[in-house]
Design a protein around this ligand. Sequence first.
Ligand SMILES: [Zn+2]
Length: 768
Amino acid sequence: MGNRKTFSSLEVALIVLTVLLFCTSIGFITMLFILENTLREDSSTTTTLPPPPPSSSQTTLKPSATTTDAYPHAYLIGAGRADCTGLLADIPLMGYASGDQLAAGLHTRQYSRAFIVAEPDGSKRVVFVSADIGMVSQRVRLEVIKKLKSKYGDLYRQDNVILSGTHTHSGPAGYFQYTIFRLTSQGFSREATDAIVNGIVKSIDIAHAGMRRGRVFVNRGILDKSHINRSPTSYLRNPESERARYPFDTDKDVMIMKMVDMNGVDVGLVSWFAVHAVSMPNTNHLISSDNLGYASYLFEQAKNEGSLPGEGSFVAAFASSNLGDVTPNTKGPHCTNTGLPCANPTSTCPEGGVTTCISTGPGENMFESTRIIGEQIFEKAMELYNSSAKEMLETVNFAHQWVDMSNVTVKLNDTHNATTCKPALGYSFAAGTIDGPGLINFTHGMTEGDPFWDALRDALLGVPSNETTKCHQPKPILLNTGEINGSIPWHPTIIDVQIITIGSLAILAVPGEFTTMSGRRLREAVKKELDPSDTKNIDVVIAGLSNVYTHYITTFEEYQAQRYEAASTIYGPHTLSAYLQLFRGLAKAIAEDTVAELPKGPEPPFFNESQLPGFFPNIFPDIAPTNKTFGSVLVDVQPLYLPGEVASVTFVAGNPRNSVTYMSNDTYLKVEKYEDVTAVWHTVYIDASWETRYYWDKGTGGQSNATIEWHIPSSAAPGIYRIRHFGHRKRLFPSTINPYEGSSSEFEIRRSIRLPCHYLYNNAALYI
Ligand SMILES: [Zn+2]
C-alpha cells in the first residue's frame, strides 16, 4: 500500500473555496477583456474617419462624429508644383514649327502644376495638371500614366488624370512620337521628354503628399483688352443667329477654381482663359513660359511672399482653353515693311505675302507684351480669387474614352450621317499665322492646290486617295499624313476624350486647339447633357491642348474658309461634330451614372524608342579661351547702376546641354546682395525670376559664352550686389562633365545718381 495523503473535511472546504475564487477571478478578467474589445470595436465603427490617401503623411482627417463638423462635405485637396525645364540649347522650340528657332538660353523656367481633388472619404479623386509646355503629347501622357501606375497602382489613371499644356511656344520640342511633330523637332529627345514627364509626375507626387481637407470654389468674370480674334473673317462664317448670342468674337471669360484648406490657408488656383501663349514670337530663343507663365509667376509670388520663384506652397496654374483663333498680339496684323494693316482674309502684304503680315503688341517689344498680357490675366484672376463664393460640394466624377478619330460616324440629323477623315493638313497650314507666319508661297483661304506642290507631294509622300481627298473638301491636301506608309504614323488617330467634374464644375480635356465658336458649341452641348433642366448652375470649362495633340478644331462653317486653323483641322470638316457627339456621350454617362458602361476604346500605340531617332548635334568638348577658365568673366559689370538699368556680365561657359540632368530645380544664375548686418551674400534673384535673362552664345569650336542680364526693378534695395553663373563643362580626356561657376565683380545699386549728403558736406569746398 502506498503512503496516500488524506484530507480533513476542513481542508476539503478550503480547497473548494480557493478553486471557486480562482475561477471567479478568471471569469471576471475574461469578461473585462471581452467587454473592452467590444467597446473598442464599437468606437471604431461609429467614428466616420475616412481612410487617408496612401503615403499621405500630412492629411488632416475629418473630425470624429463626437465633434461638430461645420463642413461635413469638405473635399480632400492637394496642389503641387515641380520644375519641368529641360534643354535650353541646341533644340528647336515647340510651337512655330520653325526648325531653326533653336533654344539658346533661358528667361523663365517651365513648371508643371498639379491639383488633386478627392471626395471626402478619399475613394474617388480627380487630377488636373497644367504644364508650361507647348502641348501635351501622347508620348508624354503615356509615360506619365505608366509612372503613376508603378507608384500608385490604380489610384491615378488615364480616366481620372487630365494633362494640359499652356501652349507656350518657347519651350523645347522633341517629346513627340508621331512623325510630323518630330520633323520640326530634330527628332525625339529622351532628355526633353524626361524633363517634362518627371516634372509632371513630381508635381502630382507633391500634390498627393500634401492632401488635406479643404474647400473648392469657382468664380468667373470678363477680361477685356487681352486678346483678339486672329481669323475674324472665318468667325463671320458662323450663322448670324449664333453670333448674335455673343457680344464678342472671342471668349473673354476668365474661369477660376480656388482651393483653401480647413484652416483657411490658401492652397491653389487654376485659371482658364482663352489666349495663345505667343507674346514671345518666333524670333525669340530663350526658354520662356510666356504670358500665362508670367501670370502664374505673379500669382505665386504674391501668395508665397518672400519666396524665390518656384518655391512656396501656394500653386497657381494659368491653363489654356479654346484659344484656337485667339492671339494676345492686340495691335493686330500689320505689314512689317510698311506698317500698314493686313487684316485681309488671306493675311498677306503686297511685299512678302504672308511672311510680312505679323501681329504684335500690346507692348513695344516681346518682353513688354508678355508682361502686359500676363499682368492683366493675373489681376483679373486675383480679383476673382478674392471674391469667390460659389462652393463646389462633395462629389467628383470622371469619364474617359479612347477613340479612333479617323473613323467616327457622326449623326448630323435623323436622315444624314457624316464621317471624320484620315488625318491630313491643307495648303493654308503652310501659311502659318499672324503670330508666326509660314512660307511665302502659301496664303490663308487656299481651297485649291498648286500643281507644283501637288506633284512634289505625290512624288515624296504618295498620292492622296480619292476617298480622303473627297472627305476633306474643300481643304486641298498638302500633307496626306494619314496615308503615308511607314513604321510610325505621321499623326495620331487614337485620341483621348475626357471630362472630370468637381461639384458643379465640369472640365473638358480637349486634344487640340478649339476655336472660339467650337468651344462655345462644345460647352453648351455638354452643359445640356449634365443639366438638361438648367437648374444646377453648372460651369463648363475647356482645358485646351490636353492629353494628345491633334492641331486645330474649327466649326464646319469656319472650315469652309480654309484659313490656317481650318487647314489644320486634321480629321476633316466634321471633326467638331464628332467631338460634340463624343463629349455628349461622356457627359450623359456622368449625369446618368453609367460611366462604367462606356466602352474604353482602342488603346493608343506606344512606339519602341528605337524607332524614334533624334538628330541633335553632338556636344563638342567645351574649350576656354587662352588664359581663361570656365566661369571667368569676359565682360564685367559696371561699378554702379540705378533701378531701371540692366546689369550685364559675360562669362566663359560650357554648353548648357551638359547641365540638363543636374539643373532641374536649380539655377544657372544668382543675383546676390551683400547683407551688412550678417556679412553674408543673400540670393535675391535666380534664373526663374522675371528680371533675369541667361543668353547662351554657342560661339565656334566649343568656345561659348553666357551673358547674364539683371533688369534692375524699381523695387531693388540700394546696396552691394554681384551676379553669379553656374554651369557644366564637357571634357574629352578624361570624358567627364564637371561643374563650374563664376562671379561678376561687386557693384552698387543706388536710388539716384545724386551723391550722398555726407559726401556733399565733406566735400563742400569743391562746390563753392
Ligand atoms: Zn496654337
